[in-house]
Ligand binder design. Structure first.
Ligand SMILES: [Mg+2]
Length: 220
């Protein structure tokens, strides 16, 4: 695992898959703090729980199922559409455009997609706030995988089929290490984007600065 990418490891890559939250913006933006409040409110109202119990269950489902929504669907038959609209109705005013990141992504050869456990409309709002609109060949939300979230294998199968991703020539950028297990098993390059490096067999690279990492790839 390296901070600076070995050029040879990316020479064959022509398909680039990006997570959205905490990958295409820094975790300091803390958008998830807002989303979590909305999720807890939704659960209090829909399941008749107090705040402490709703908070506990929200985190429990995230741990057990990959997303809170997956747990709500599996255990409570919650309809996903209204949940996704409500929890993503958050303030993005403090996100700023990132020209260096835009340049780095634009210069990548081949196909680029966003693959998020959020909804696609929400992803487009975030991309616009970051100055990253009209840069990707596809923006895929959890609704595009029939509400199967990463890290379930069904999610990758659905999105990779739709986007025509071939793992042997693809790389994936993600902040949640759980979501890189399946991509690595399929032969993708896996780049963990996070402030802290994590030693794990299923992570081929780490960076705390995505724009800088992409600039290094272009020097290959
Ligand atoms: Mg993420």
């Amino acid at each position: 695992m390296t901070q600076t990418p070995a050029p040879s490891r990316f020479a064959h890559v022509t398909q680039w898959v990006f997570d959205l939250d905490n990958t295409l913006y820094a975790p300091q933006a803390r958008l998830f703090d807002q989303v979590e409040v909305k999720m807890t409110d939704f659960m209090m109202r829909t399941l008749g729980l107090d705040q402490a119990r709703a908070n506990h269950l929200r985190h429990h489902y995230w741990t057990l199922y990959g997303t809170t929504l997956a747990g709500l669907m599996h255990e409570h038959d919650i309809e996903p559409e209204q949940f996704l609209v409500e929890v993503h109705d958050i303030n993005l005013e403090h996100l700023t455009p990132d020209p260096a990141l835009r340049d780095g992504i634009a210069a990548l050869p081949g196909q680029k997609i966003v693959f998020t456990n959020g909804s696609a409309p929400y992803a487009r709002r975030v991309l616009a706030a970051r100055g990253l609109s009209n840069l990707f060949d596809g923006v895929y939300g959890v609704e595009d995988a029939d509400f199967h979230p990463k890290p379930t294998p069904q999610a990758y199968q659905a999105i990779f089929d739709k986007a025509g991703i071939s793992p042997d020539v693809a790389a994936m950028f993600e902040d949640d290490p759980r979501n890189l297990v399946v991509p690595h098993a399929r032969g993708m390059q896996t780049i963990h984007v996070a402030p802290q490096a994590l030693l794990a067999d299923h992570i081929t690279d780490h960076t705390s600065d995505l724009a800088e990492f992409l600039a290094q790839i272009h020097l290959r």
